[in-house]
Design a protein around this ligand. Structure first.
Ligand code: SAH
Length: 554
């Protein structure tokens, strides 16, 4: 429950706006702030920070149990994470509140400033002395990092990666039980899958003891368990279900034939006869991954357990940055940039977003023409297990990097696409509503596509009476294609058809011209222009380009 504490009418108005998107919430007048503190996990106080501190000071006990508190000023300009930034969730709440109210989140906890929270965003269990290692990072002291494998981690600032000699303070990424020099932070990657089999009625305590015994003997951390896995027929076996609940991990049920296809060291005919696969525990632990069995099948009276370590998968985020303006870059794109360890992109796009990159990120930029090389670099790093963001302007999948990269990709890493506002949409919004009915995008660049193919498509769009957005309409070496394409369209629609010429949409130097097929001036068209040609139905209304929604006008 989130408590909304208000003292004035303007505070209550802001609280009402929040209530719709933050549910479940409860409202409290400021006089009942003590009750709000007792009843809620988090509070948003529409009060000055000073007033909030005075009201709550005597209630503060422990950062692990106190509610997180965010203060919002009466004008809704700032959302200050005041108390319980991490443990209380106030930092995250300040960001959510800001997104709803259009306020600026104010976050002052140290690890947010150094980028260490990028690690929290992984959602992996963290052990050890976070405060001391964070302080070392803030002081610019040498912090060493050791990892058992290359995990797709976000960039970490001021960290020196070491292989053998770990010195304090340090960060260790491992599923093993270790005793690093202190202060140390140990991050637990979700590498272990525990396969479990059981006879009917196997007690949960027995399953748990078997799991914990296996982990302890192999020197593995419970916190690195990704999930428990069993055969579908045992998905509801109470002892297995309860053990997964006690370990607070999901239970994944696999079909018997999928398990039967996994090669295991200890198959059993008895098990095959009973459940249709010669192995439950070992096969379930190994299934679906590039994995090694680290604990072979072990049995108690009524249960079996095996543990497999799954090797990390890299992550390739293909991120559209939008047409230029920062507020047209989506929050999801910004989050993917923060989460990346390696950023790959065209030099000028990477420059635009450099301030969003985590300190310490490896940045691989190259110039125009090096698309293939960029795609290959991004894929190679993802294949090696790293967290890569491949960026492109507008939408990264529209005449951009997504296809060359994914043409090279295999199934060995995860791919996440983040859509961006493409130039056609940015231009259309400036022009009015030109894309209100069927429309098409055509690139006039004949560098990679023969002109005859482009011309055929322009003719088809002309015959189909589609609104056409021309990308790459003109460059220094390509100066006749646009006139030719417009000529083809003019053969099928009136020369009075509206045409929008938009250059540098949402960037400095933005230009918007609304003209007609007869009057387009190619001299006003450049490398960063899109040309939107209306259909026979498109009209100019009050200086705006409008394509009616229906097939009939009026
Ligand atoms: N991925 C990009 C398109 C890359 S192709 C996107 O989705 O927008 C490059 C062409 O896009 C340019 O030649 C121009 O036609 C168009 N373009 C890109 N950004 C633009 C902007 N801000 N304003 C106008 N046109 C733009």
């Amino acid at each position: 429950m989130i408590g909304l504490v208000t003292a004035t009418a303007s505070g209550r108005r802001l609280a009402d706006r929040l209530a719709a998107s933050l549910a479940p919430v409860r409202s409290y007048p400021v006089g009942e702030i003590d009750r709000a503190w007792a009843e809620c996990e988090r509070l948003v106080c529409f009060l000055a920070t000073g007033a909030t501190v005075r009201l709550l000071a005597r209630r503060l006990t422990d950062k692990h149990t106190d509610p997180g508190v965010v203060c919002v000023d009466e004008a809704g300009r700032y959302a200050v994470a005041l108390i319980g930034g991490h443990a209380g969730g106030a930092n995250a709440l300040a960001r959510r509140v800001s997104a709803v109210l259009g306020a600026e989140p104010v976050v002052t906890t140290a690890s947010d400033v150094t980028g260490l929270t990028a690690l929290d965003s992984l959602g992996w269990p963290v052990e050890g002395d976070v405060a001391a290692v964070t302080a070392a990072l803030l002081d610019g002291r040498r912090v060493t990092l050791a990892a058992d494998a290359i995990w797709p981690l976000p960039a970490l600032p001021v960290v020196e990666v070491v292989v053998a000699e770990l010195g304090a303070p340090c960060l260790v990424v491992t599923d093993r039980l270790v005793a690093p020099p202190r202060p140390a932070v140990v991050l637990r990657p979700p590498s272990l899958v525990v396969g479990v089999g059981a006879s009917r009625g196997a007690p949960a305590a027995e399953v748990l003891e078997l799991v914990r015994g296996a982990l302890a003997e192999a020197g593995l951390a419970e916190a690195s368990i990704r999930h428990l896995a069993t055969v579908a027929a045992k998905a509801d076996e109470p002892g297995i279900v309860a053990a997964a609940a006690e370990l607070a991990r999901p239970l994944v049920a696999q079909p018997a034939d999928a398990l039967a296809a996994v090669a295991v060291p200890h198959p059993s005919d008895v098990v095959r006869a009973a459940v249709g696969t010669p192995s439950v525990a070992e096969a379930a632990a190994l299934l679906g991954g590039n994995a090694d069995l680290v604990v072979a099948k072990r049995k108690s009276a009524t249960a079996t357990v095996a543990i497999a370590r799954h090797r990390p998968r890299g992550r390739l985020a293909v991120v559209g940055l939008g047409p230029g303006a920062r507020d047209l870059l989506t929050p999801r794109a910004a989050a993917e940039l923060r989460r990346a360890g390696v950023i790959v992109g065209l030099d000028r796009y990477v420059e635009q977003i450099r301030d969003l990159l985590p300190p310490g990120a490896q940045v691989l930029v190259s110039g125009i023409g090096a698309e293939e090389e960029r795609a290959r670099a991004a894929v190679d790093h993802a294949r090696a297990g790293r967290a890569v963001a491949l960026v492109g302007s507008g939408d990264a999948g529209v005449y951009a990097m997504a296809s060359p990269a994914l043409e090279l990709a295999d199934g060995s890493f995860d791919v996440v696409g983040v859509p961006g506002v493409t130039a056609a949409l940015a231009a259309a919004a400036l022009l009015g509503a030109p894309l209100g009915h069927d429309h098409v995008a055509i690139s006039l660049s004949d560098l990679h596509t023969p002109w005859e193919a482009i011309e055929r498509r322009v003719s088809a769009a002309a015959e189909g009476d589609l609104v056409v957005t021309f990308y790459n309409p003109r460059s220094r070496g390509r100066d006749w294609q646009l006139a030719k394409a417009l000529g083809i369209l003019a053969g099928h629609r009136p020369t009075t058809t509206p045409v929008g010429v938009v250059t540098d949409a949402s960037r400095p130097g933005e230009q918007v011209d609304l003209t007609t097929l007869a009057d387009v001036d190619p001299a006003r068209v450049g490398m960063t222009t899109v040309v939107v040609v209306g259909s026979s139905q498109t009209r100019t209304v009050a200086g705006r380009m409008v394509t009616p929604r229906g097939y009939r006008w009026g």
